[in-house]
Design a protein around this ligand. Structure first.
Ligand code: FEO
Length: 391
């Protein structure tokens, strides 16, 4: 893709990665992604904000063939998908100054061996004049790393938000269409931002006093009207959970599946929504999205030897790491002899700080008493959701 203007003096540069299917060798990217850099030309100075993943450095360097002179390069975030091509850009422009914050400088030097004399560090709220334009640097900690910051053009009301408010989406269009981008934006939030929910809210609050007419994120399309994505982030991070149970499960010989089926029907009968995922085929990103607004998580697992199925260990670990807003958790499943299912899964989901509802574990094929216990679990979940006023 060629460089294209997003406003009179700001140009999108960067790379659309149509083929990337995993981020951090973990997160599924069914819609690909993009690494966005932005060139801002002031009356006196020219600045490039961020670079691209080093795998796409040639794309950025070809776009920069049209840029004779660069005064500054801003590093908003030290993760490699934005910073990995900084050395190549600094080599192309030997007089360009790398502008970043002290924490990012430390990380960039650890990862990229950039010499000290190339840096200029900026404080939160510090400004930099490009002549007719003033850039203000706004620290946005923990969306995604502790050093992450945004950049704001005071005259144009454009916010370069780095990872914050982005989406993993490859597309030819430069601008976001709400109905098209929302699915990928929610997936991106679930996988990357959800562990930092409190910081999402703090950073939205921090930006509340700033007029933001356009958001240029480092991944995905540009928001010409960013209101909807900022409202969505506030709802995802701070809104109440929904009257919904997520059931990620594995069944090896059908016993756990019978229990999951029974629980699904029992919850539906009690007016509780259910989203269930067979972990042998599920897309982890879809599971993560479902966790964004679920009030309860029930993991279904058979015993493998004496522990839970490894795929449920993975999802329990992921849920503990992503820290969704679920208030209640439980486990259903089947075992043949001794089992440590509750011990193992319970430890992994402990970071959620959710109330643990009595698990239901059947020895072998679930009998009537086991299904009655599942009915009690469904009663409890429905009552808890009702007491919490969830809708
Ligand atoms: Fe897109 Fe945290 O890097």
């Amino acid at each position: 893709m060629n460089a294209r203007p997003v406003s009179a003096d700001t140009t999108w540069m960067g790379a659309v990665d149509w083929d990337r299917r995993l981020f951090d060798s973990l997160i599924p990217l069914p819609e690909g992604t993009s690494y966005n850099a932005y060139l801002v030309r002031g009356s006196e100075k020219t600045i490039l904000i961020d670079t691209v993943d080093p795998a796409k450095v040639d794309v950025l360097m070809a776009q920069l063939d049209a840029v004779d002179h660069l005064d500054y390069l801003v590093a908003q975030h030290a993760e490699q998908d934005h910073s990995g091509s900084i050395p190549a850009v600094l080599a192309r422009y030997p007089k360009a100054i790398l502008v970043t914050n002290p924490k990012a400088k430390e990380l960039l030097q650890e990862h990229l061996d950039i010499p000290d004399e190339r840096f200029r560090t900026v404080a939160d709220g510090e400004t930099l004049s490009l002549g007719n334009k003033t850039l203000r640097f706004i620290y946005l900690p923990w969306v995604h790393w502790p050093e992450t910051m945004g950049t704001y053009i005071e005259e144009d009301h454009i916010l370069f938000s780095c990872d914050f408010l982005g989406s993993h989406r490859a597309q030819t269009g430069l601008f976001a269409e709400r109905d098209v981008v929302m699915h990928g934006a929610k997936r991106y939030y679930a996988e990357i931002m959800m562990p930092f929910r409190s910081f999402v809210i703090k950073n939205l609050d921090k930006l509340a006093g700033t007029q933001v007419d356009m958001v240029c994120p480092s991944h995905g399309p540009v928001y010409k009207d960013p209101t909807f994505i900022m409202e969505a982030y506030r709802e995802w991070a701070g809104g109440p959970p929904h009257n919904k149970v997520v059931i990620p499960f594995v069944s090896m010989h059908g016993s756990t599946l019978k229990m999951v089926d029974h629980l699904t029907a029992a919850l539906a009968d009690r007016g509780v929504d259910v989203e269930r995922f067979d972990l042998t085929t599920a897309d982890l990103g879809e599971v993560a999205m479902s966790l964004v607004d679920a009030a309860t998580i029930v993991i279904g697992t058979p015993a493998v030897l004496t522990g839970p199925h490894p795929k449920t260990i993975e999802i329990a670990y992921l849920a503990g790491a992503l820290r969704p807003k679920a208030q209640f958790v439980s486990i259903v499943g089947s075992f043949g002899w001794g089992q440590r299912i509750v011990d193992v899964l319970g430890g992994l989901i402990a970071p959620l700080k959710a109330v643990v509802l009595t698990p239901v574990l059947a020895k072998g094929d679930p009998r009537a008493a086991d299904m009655q216990a599942i009915d009690v679990l469904a009663d409890t979940i429905a009552a808890k959701h009702h007491e919490a006023g969830l809708r």
